[in-house]
Design a protein around this ligand. Structure first.
Ligand code: NCD
Length: 365
């Protein structure tokens, strides 16, 4: 059963198929209005969301399908202690496809291992957010006309920003892309992405603390992100870092005339409203592009489900060494006790937790 848990679950060719479908949907929406008749999408949202949940809902409605689900954990049996695995099993009986968002890293992978319908990761903690990447891809494609040979600046919360993690993984596969990583030291990109994705694939990147300096580097894309209050363990650290970057009209004057500004939204104050009317500000279009790509994704996965090949989540799990344990307190593997611990060995021989990808430690828990 195909799912979308990590953006790398889809090949570059498959992503191009989704982009082509989305472009066709934009041109000929009426062709698509009945393609999901009698199909149901379950939206299981354990964390707040506006764009992701509503665009999934709108996407399914525009395909003629129906939507069921919940928008907060408190209104589901989770509040009674039900595990993600059990919830996914149950929902498989009621729906044809699941979109799940959860604060714990690896939660969507767990859902995909227990559901017998396709599962879409709509954000798992600070880990990844592949459908936001689909929205980003279509936005880059429509503005720049290509997905390769781009200089992409990513600014803000690179450590907890799941949208950034998925986007870097995705864009690293296209030739000639390079990254400028703009963040305070405390919020720099996690090592499993810096080392395993960028270094490993020989992708060019620079780290920069100053947004002003980064804007002088001839960026093609500037991807702004929110400093995410809810992911900080220490409130004082958030207070210290929250105003690290503010993009305004003045700063935009120094950037390329064709440097497009993306943001997964919501913004807090990192893009001032005076940028909104700039022709390079495309973050609201990006939110609309998300709906088209989610329509394309739902169609693709429902079609794949008919063919029923192997579970993608399972392919990525290569072993269960008994003498390792995960130490990430925000990983579903450490929170839901009945879950089987699963690990894999990365290309550097490092054992990592299969749910959250953080380094595993030797010895039993
Ligand atoms: C992002 C998310 O939830 O990770 N929002 C979104 O899905 N569009 C970014 C954020 O919350 O800052």
């Amino acid at each position: 059963m195909r799912s979308l848990i990590d953006i790398l679950d889809f090949s570059v060719e498959e992503l191009q198929d989704l982009l082509d479908t989305a472009m066709d949907i934009i041109s000929f929406p009426e062709k698509y209005e009945n393609l999901c008749r009698r199909k149901k999408l379950a939206t299981l949202f354990y964390e707040p969301s506006t764009r992701t949940r509503l665009s999934f809902t709108a996407a399914m409605m525009e395909l003629g399908g129906n939507v069921l689900g919940f928008s907060q954990a408190a209104s589901s049996s989770v509040s009674k202690g039900e595990s993600v695995a059990d919830t996914a099993r149950i929902v498989s009986n009621y729906a044809d496809i699941i979109a799940i968002r959860h604060p714990l890293e690896g939660a969507s992978l767990v859902a995909s291992l227990h559901a017998n319908i396709p599962v879409i990761n709509a954000g798992d903690g600070a880990h990844s957010h592949p459908t936001q990447t689909l929205a980003d891809l279509l936005t880059i494609y429509r503005t720049k006309g290509r997905l390769d040979h781009l200089k992409i600046g990513l600014c803000g919360d690179l450590i907890y920003g799941r949208t950034v993690h998925s986007l870097i993984r995705c864009m690293s596969r296209y030739p000639g892309n390079e990254f400028v990583l703009i963040s305070p030291k405390e919020l720099s990109l996690p090592d499993y992405i810096k080392k395993n994705v960028l270094d490993h694939q020989g992708v060019d990147y620079q780290e920069e603390i100053s947004l002003d300096k980064a804007l002088m580097k001839g960026l093609d894309i500037l991807y702004m992100t929110r400093i995410q209050k809810e992911r900080f363990d220490q409130p004082d650290q958030y207070e210290r870092l929250k105003d690290s970057y503010v993009l305004n009209e003045e700063k935009m004057k120094r950037a390329n005339q064709d440097m497009y500004v993306l943001h997964p939204l919501p913004r807090v104050n990192e893009i001032s409203v005076d940028v909104d009317d700039d022709h390079r500000a495309v973050y609201f279009d990006q939110a609309l592009n998300g709906k088209y790509m989610r329509m394309a994704l739902i169609l693709y996965l429902l079609n794949e489900a008919k063919k029923n090949p192997l579970k993608i989540g399972e392919k990525r799990i290569v072993g269960k060494p008994a003498d390792f344990h995960c130490v990430n307190p925000k990983c579903i593997g450490t929170k839901e006790q009945e879950l089987e611990a699963r690990f894999y060995e990365d290309d550097f021989g490092q054992i990592r937790c299969a749910y959250c990808e953080s380094k595993a430690e030797e010895g039993k828990n």
